[in-house]
Design a protein. Structure first.
Length: 494
């Protein structure tokens, strides 16, 4: 650890669990590297990670958390709706985004009071408009999309070639331009900036403006995983790229792993005892991230497919999915009443990093959220890919076709805002069972997948160790900010 305490990194994580979680890890990594770190977020978002905040405040590398009042009721959002996972309709997205823009004055006010003065801002994707604030303060401004270099490269090419605009409908496939391999995708399988919907236009334009104005991109990934895509991204965008992950590997202790983004107390011992009773690499872990929700029909197909696969599994069932009595009764009947020890249902929030690090777990059924994908890579696990929305279809392509560590369940249609199966059943039980079978016992091909996944897991750990690629990139990022600060001081004096 070198001492850079005069350097002050200000982090503005976008208000969604998939953004908050890695940004807090980045904040902790930066603090460990000796810089002063401040995180600005809303009280409801902070309260979700309160145990982590408490622990950080007593650690040798503390981080300052500053609360921002989020105008919910003022703009017509329900009280407490300070996080994207509280959003229940697409119409709420723009309202939420507009509310976030009202934070501007508060942010500026706090930045003026910071000691030492801010040296840079790292902003989450939808805080892209804050680059103007960084300019006012004369400090560098970095974006954190929470995407992989591969995805960012794909999206950059779409901005360039506009192939998504040449198709006549959101569901018509086209070839994603600029890649060395052939990859067909549809417009609806892309993040919403590419949906060409007028209601999101302003938001998308502002994100793009930020992308063009940024000093560089902070990426939660590592170079050995991206197979040259970090360099390609740098060359194509002419912006600096710092791959500093997998940042989840910073969580080594049990409490770190369990409390990460925890929303409700979870019976950790029950989960560990259950896992301890299983054979090595025999368990399938099934989770669709913080925003994925399935309809009752899709839930039952998924559950039936898992049962048919005849493997022990942990299935995370989100709160919104339990609202239906039909599903509730069915879950009780099929999974819980008989005390079937083959499955463990987790209701609510699972200690995902802890589960995936357990030796009993052998595979992951995932929605391909980038954090989940990278956490699986870090644990050396192959995956069944079941993308829902956002850039998840791009991650699926990386995992299955580029890295060769995944089995696609075969999703064709994107779901609206992660609400899987709104248009009926998207994936049938046979397809679920078949994919899980291939994942866990896929013969020679399966063994090769497992071998590759393990190898990447080892490389992930090395990348984060002292002297590893991500570790060096973190040092380089700090160096960049230090040099920028030194240059500004000289300019100021002359
Ligand atoms: N996560 C968790 N428990 C859960 C669901 C999610 O710990 O029950 C964590 C997961 O480990 C990951 C993040 O939440 O770090 C989800 O991010 P991801 O990018 O995978 O998906 P998103 O939620 O953004 O769709």
């Amino acid at each position: 650890t070198s001492n850079h305490q005069n350097l002050h990194f200000v982090l503005l994580p976008w208000l969604a669990p998939g953004h908050m979680i890695p940004m807090i890890d980045i904040a902790r990594l930066l603090a460990e590297h000796g810089v002063t770190v401040t995180v600005l977020t809303t009280p409801a978002n902070a309260s979700r990670i309160q145990p982590t905040i408490d622990r950080i405040s007593h650690s040798t590398h503390p981080i300052q958390f500053i609360p921002l009042h989020f105008p919910t009721t003022e703009v017509g959002l329900p009280e407490g709706c300070e996080n994207m996972d509280s959003i229940t309709s697409t119409a709420m997205i723009t309202t939420f985004y507009n509310a976030s823009k009202l934070l501007r004055e508060q942010i500026v006010h706090h930045l003026h009071k910071l000691k030492p003065a801010p040296s840079c801002i790292i902003a989450g994707m939808c805080f892209a408009w804050t680059y103007v604030i960084a300019r006012e303060f004369g400090v560098p401004w970095f974006l954190f999309h929470g995407f992989s270099c591969f995805s960012l490269f794909c999206l950059h090419n779409l901005h360039l070639y506009k192939s998504h605009e040449t198709v006549s409908s959101p569901t018509e496939p086209f070839v994603l331009p600029g890649l060395p391999h052939r990859f067909e995708i549809t417009r609806e399988q892309l993040p919403m900036h590419f949906h060409l919907l007028p209601q999101y236009q302003e938001m998308c334009d502002e994100v793009r403006e930020g992308e063009l104005a940024m000093d560089g991109e902070i990426v939660n990934s590592f170079d050995e995983l991206e197979l040259g895509y970090s360099e390609r991204l740098e060359a194509a965008t002419m912006k600096k790229v710092w791959t500093v992950g997998p940042v989840s590997l910073y969580n080594k202790g049990r409490s770190d792993m369990v409390e990460r983004g925890n929303q409700s107390m979870f019976d950790e011992m029950r989960c560990l005892n259950w896992l301890d009773s299983k054979k090595p690499e025999s368990v399938v872990y099934v989770s669709f991230g913080s925003m994925g929700r399935f309809t009752p029909a899709q839930m039952m197909e998924l559950g039936s497919g898992l049962l048919a696969s005849n493997r022990p599994f942990i299935w995370v069932v989100r709160e919104g999915e339990r609202s239906s009595e039909e599903v509730e009764d069915w879950l009780l009947e099929k999974f819980e009443k008989n005390g079937d020890s083959r499955c463990l249902l987790i209701r609510g929030w699972a200690p995902q990093v802890m589960i995936m690090a357990h030796p009993a777990v052998g595979g992951f059924v995932t929605h391909c959220g980038w954090n989940s994908t990278l956490e699986a890579v870090s644990s050396g696990l192959p995956m069944v890919t079941w993308p829902l929305f956002s850039e998840q279809f791009l991650n699926e392509n990386l995992v299955v076709d580029v890295l060769g560590i995944g089995v696609a369940v075969g999703v064709r249609t994107a779901t609206k805002w992660g609400r899987g199966g709104e248009d009926g059943v998207l994936v049938g039980r046979e397809d679920v069972a078949k994919a899980v079978e291939r994942l866990m016992d896929g013969g020679e091909e399966g063994e090769e997948r497992k071998r590759r996944a393990k190898e990447l897991g080892e490389k992930a750990k090395k990348a984060m160790e002292k002297g590893g690629s991500s570790y060096s990139n973190m040092t380089n990022l700090i160096q960049y900010v230090a040099e920028y600060a030194a240059k500004s001081t000289v300019e100021h004096m002359t």
